[in-house]
Ligand binder design. Sequence first.
Ligand SMILES: [Zn+2]
Length: 225
Amino acid sequence: MKRRLYMKEEKAIVVFSGGQDSTTCLFWAKERFKEVETVTFDYGQRHKLEIECATEIAKKLDVKHHILDMSLLHQLAPNALTREDIEISEGNEDNLPNTFVPGRNLLFLSFAGILAKQVGAKHLVTGVSETDYSGYPDCRDNFIQSLNLSLNLAMDEDMTIHTPLMWLDKKQVWELSDELGVLEIIREETLTCYNGIKSDGCGECPACKLRNNGLRQYLDSKGEK
Ligand SMILES: [Zn+2]
């Protein structure tokens, strides 16, 4: 309890995409910190809808919303480097889009850390998880701990990176949003779908399937109690 009161006095930056996970993190952070700001990374047209959705949610919750231009990522994307040979695809054998840039989360979290320093925030909150996305090495707990140390060494800081979803599966993320009293808001207002459809989405893409299966599992388990 003491720890929580102590944390309340400080400011946090939430890495925020307007999706289920980061919006759950935003509500989680609002419970714990005196002041919360959000940061969204803009890295291309496909993500315009996500950014609009994030902007809307930030406005509703009355939290400051920083949008950082990360269009430089295109210069590093595999399809840009060999654009004559490779068509843009939604996924390859690893199930990652070929526009995916390895180390992307390393970049995003580093920029978020620098932003945090600039605005006097001691805490960074990110919705990364090992449970559903183990394909991304820079979403794993050991990387986050390593980056936390590096950021503090780089800026002579005493910052903490929080990952409230690290060990949760999708069902448990829904459960957390219910505990925070915001399950319906998360369900209605967030965008996870690859086809850009808010709320329950298209129902067909991998992101929708993961999200909706988790929701069904959680609602079923709740009904049994
Ligand atoms: Zn979908």
